[in-house]
Design a protein around this ligand. Structure first.
Ligand code: XMP
Length: 178
């Protein structure tokens, strides 16, 4: 797996340190009371697991399956909700976590749906945000790292289902993207 990586963009130690500060920011900003964390599967799984364990307060977890990349290198331009049931979020204070903000379609579509379902507040957090023009007017409230407009894998992010368990974020070699 490691041989498929052209270069490491964000290493494990830097991720850990950034998560420490992100968790403190969230802890500081959120009013007292329970939070519902909505994790977008599968990409945000690793990021969310590491971030949430740094937030010492009552929270509950919901997961949502959405698809916009369909396993390839380009966003399909359409966000599909894949679950049969949508979590109960009415009147709840939400923090929505995704792995990466790219075109913005995913975060915009899910945040809108959460509001339509009656969430009282929706905040957003991403591990990575690509520095590019978005298709939707959306930015995340909490961003781990701003990166260039490159396809990345690792730390939850995949290419065709692979590389999610790499402990860092890296750029895939062209030869591995077949
Ligand atoms: P949008 O374009 O909706 O994209 O902001 C968000 C979703 O697209 C996936 N994505 C990537 N996955 N490497 C990946 O492995 C990338 O560089 C990348 N860019 C976008 C990801 O699933 C994210 O939730």
């Amino acid at each position: 797996m490691k041989n498929d990586i052209e270069r490491i963009l964000v290493d494990e130690e830097i991720i850990e340190r950034r998560l420490d500060t992100m968790a403190k920011e969230i802890e500081r900003d959120f009013p007292a009371g329970p939070i519902v964390v909505v994790i977008l599967l599968k990409g945000a799984l690793v990021f969310a697991a590491d971030l949430l364990r740094r937030i010492p307060r009552e929270l509950s977890i919901e997961c949502l399956n959405v698809a916009s990349y369909h396993g390839g290198l380009e966003s399909s331009g359409k966000v599909d909700f894949l679950d049969r049931h949508f979590p109960e979020v009415k009147g709840k204070h939400i923090i929505l976590l995704d792995d990466i903000l790219d075109t913005g379609r995913t975060l915009a579509a899910v945040a809108q749906r959460l509001r339509e379902e009656g969430a009282s507040a929706v905040h957003t957090g991403v591990l990575l945000a690509k520095d590019k023009k978005r298709a939707e007017e959306v930015e995340a409230d909490y961003v781990g790292f701003a990166i260039g407009d490159e396809f990345v894998v690792g730390y939850g992010l995949d290419y065709k289902g692979k590389y999610r368990n790499l402990p860092y974020v890296g750029i895939l070699k062209l030869s591995a993207a077949t």
